[in-house]
Design a protein around this ligand. Structure first.
Ligand SMILES: Cc1ncc(COP(=O)(O)O)c(C=O)c1O
Length: 400
C-alpha cells in the first residue's frame, strides 16, 4: 500500500500521541467467565456482552454442533440466491411470534442490519432524528439531526424545527436504543412515544434493542415485548450479546420486510449466516424466554445490585445503572488506560473505552456484568478498582 503509506503513518502517529491507537487482544481460551492469554495468565472477563453466559451453555453449543452436521458449516450465498434453510425460517417465525411482529429479517451482524436498513429507508423520510449517543452502526453517511441524550424536550424541539422547515406531510424517522452501549442507561421509550407531534408530521420510531434483548422486560423480550409493532415499527435485535451467538435481526411489518428484501444491499448482496448459527440462536432464544432465562436474569440482577452496592459503599465514582453495562468515567485517555492496566495486573479483564467510541474527555472503564460471574469476582473487582482509583488520585497529585 505504498500509495497511502504516508497517510496511514500520519493517522497512526496522531492516534498514538493521543493514546488512542488500538490493538486486538488475543486469547488462547475463553468461556463465559474467563479469558486466558498465551502466557498462561487467566483473567475474569468483565468486558464481554455475553450477559447471560449463553455462549457457553451446553444446549446452545450442542444445537450448533448438531446443525453443522446436518446442514454443513457455510452460509453458501445470499438468502435470495440459495434460499432460507429450515433453521433460518424457524428462527424468523419464533422471533416474530415472541415479539408479536409480522416479519423478522436476519442479518450477519447488528452493524450490517442498522447500516443497511438505514441506508435503504432514509431516502423515504424528510428527516431522521437520533439520540446523541446512538451506536456507530447508524452513523453511516445518512444525515442525522441529533438531540441531547435521552432528553425528550430536546427531541420535541427537534420535531417542531423539522415541521417548521418542511411542507405538510412530513415523515420523520427517530432512532434510539433500549440500553445504551457505553452508558448502560435506557431510552425513555414511553416518553418518546408520548411526545407532542406537530401537525402534519408522521413519525416512526426505530429502536435498537442490541443490549436489551435477553436481559430486559418480561421473558427477556425487552422493547419488542413491551411495545407493539404500531409503537415501534422497526426493532433491531442482535444475537452476539445476551443471546450468546452472533448475527442480528430487524423485526418489522411484512410490507417493510418485503421492500428491504428487494432493496437492502446488505440482504441482497451478502452471504447469509449459516443454518447451524440459526439453530443455535433459536435454542438460546427459547432458553431466554423460558425458566432458565428467568433464573439467569435473576442472577444477573443480583450481580448488578451487588456491584452497585459495594461500589457505593467504597465511594467509587461508578455511574448508577440498573443494567449489565456499568461504567466509571475517568476522563483522560492515559488515566483510563492506566486503571485498566492495574486491573489486568490483578487478573481482571476490563476495557478502557476512549474517544471516538465515547465523547471527548469521558474516557472510561466499561464494566459488563454477567450471570456467569460469581460473588467473589465482584468483590475482587470492587477491591481492585478502589485500589486503582486511589492509585490514580496519587498519580494525578504527583503530576500537578
Ligand atoms: C447498540 C448497538 N447496536 C448495534 C451493534 C452492532 O451489533 P453487532 O455486534 O452484531 O454488529 C452494537 C455492537 O456492539 C451495539 O452496541
Amino acid at each position: 500500500m505504498v500509495a497511502i503509506r504516508a497517510r496511514l503513518q500520519q493517522a497512526r502517529q496522531q492516534r498514538e500521541q493521543l493514546q488512542r491507537w488500538r490493538q486486538l487482544p488475543q486469547f488462547v481460551r475463553a468461556d463465559a467467565r474467563f479469558v486466558e492469554t498465551a502466557d498462561g495468565r487467566r483473567f475474569v472477563n468483565f468486558a464481554s456482552n455475553d450477559y447471560l453466559g449463553l455462549s457457553d451453555h451446553p444446549l446452545v453449543k450442542r444445537s450448533f454442533a448438531d446443525a453443522v452436521v446436518t446442514y454443513g458449516s457455510g452460509g453458501r450465498a445470499s438468502p435470495l440466491v440459495t434460499g432460507l434453510s429450515q433453521p433460518h425460517t424457524n428462527l424468523q417465525r419464533c422471533l416474530a411470534e415472541y415479539l408479536n411482529r409480522e416479519q423478522v429479517l436476519l442479518f450477519s451482524s447488528g452493524f450490517a442490519a442498522n447500516h443497511g436498513v438505514l441506508q435503504t429507508l432514509a431516502p423515504h423520510y424528510n428527516a431522521i432524528l437520533a439520540d446523541k449517543l446512538v451506536h456507530a452502526s447508524w452513523l453511516s453517511g445518512v444525515r442525522l439531526q441529533r438531540f441531547q441524550h435521552n432528553d425528550v424536550d430536546a427531541y420535541e424541539q427537534r420535531l417542531s424545527q423539522v415541521s417548521a422547515q418542511q411542507q405538510q406531510n412530513t415523515s420523520v424517522l427517530v432512532l434510539s436504543e433500549s440500553v445504551f452501549s457505553m452508558d448502560g442507561d435506557q431510552a425513555p421509550v414511553q416518553e418518546l412515544l408520548n411526545a407532542t407531534i406537530p401537525k402534519g408530521v408522521q413519525r416512526d420510531l426505530w429502536l435498537d434493542d442490541a443490549h436489551g434483548f435477553g436481559t430486559q422486560g418480561e421473558h427477556g423480550l425487552s422493547i419488542g415485548g413491551t411495545f407493539s409493532a404500531e409503537q415501534v415499527p422497526l426493532l433491531t435485535l442482535t444475537f452476539g450479546k445476551a443471546v450468546g451467538v452472533a448475527g442480528a435481526a430487524v423485526a418489522t411489518s411484512q410490507e417493510v420486510a418485503d421492500y428491504l428484501t428487494n432493496y437492502c444491499r446488505e440482504l441482497v448482496y451478502s452471504t447469509q449466516f449459516p443454518a447451524a448459527q440459526a439453530a443455535a440462536i433459536h435454542t438460546a432464544v427459547d432458553l431466554i424466554v423460558g425458566d432458565e432465562g428467568q433464573r439467569l436474569r435473576q442472577r444477573l440482577a443480583e450481580t448488578i445490585q451487588s456491584f452497585q452496592h459495594l461500589s457505593k459503599q467504597r465511594g467509587l465514582p461508578v455511574a448508577t445503572s440498573s443494567t449489565a453495562i456499568q461504567h466509571v468515567i475517568i476522563g483522560a485517555d492515559a488515566d483510563a488506560l492506566w486503571v485498566a492496566d492495574q486491573l489486568r495486573e490483578a487478573g481482571i479483564w476490563c476495557t478502557a473505552m476512549r474517544p471516538p467510541t465515547v465523547p471527548e474527555h469521558t474516557a472510561r472503564l466499561r464494566i459488563t456484568l454477567t450471570a456467569a460471574h460469581q460473588p467473589s469476582d465482584v468483590t475482587h473487582l470492587v477491591d481492585r478498582l478502589a485500589a486503582a482509583i486511589d492509585g490514580l488520585a496519587a498519580r494525578v497529585e504527583l503530576r500537578s
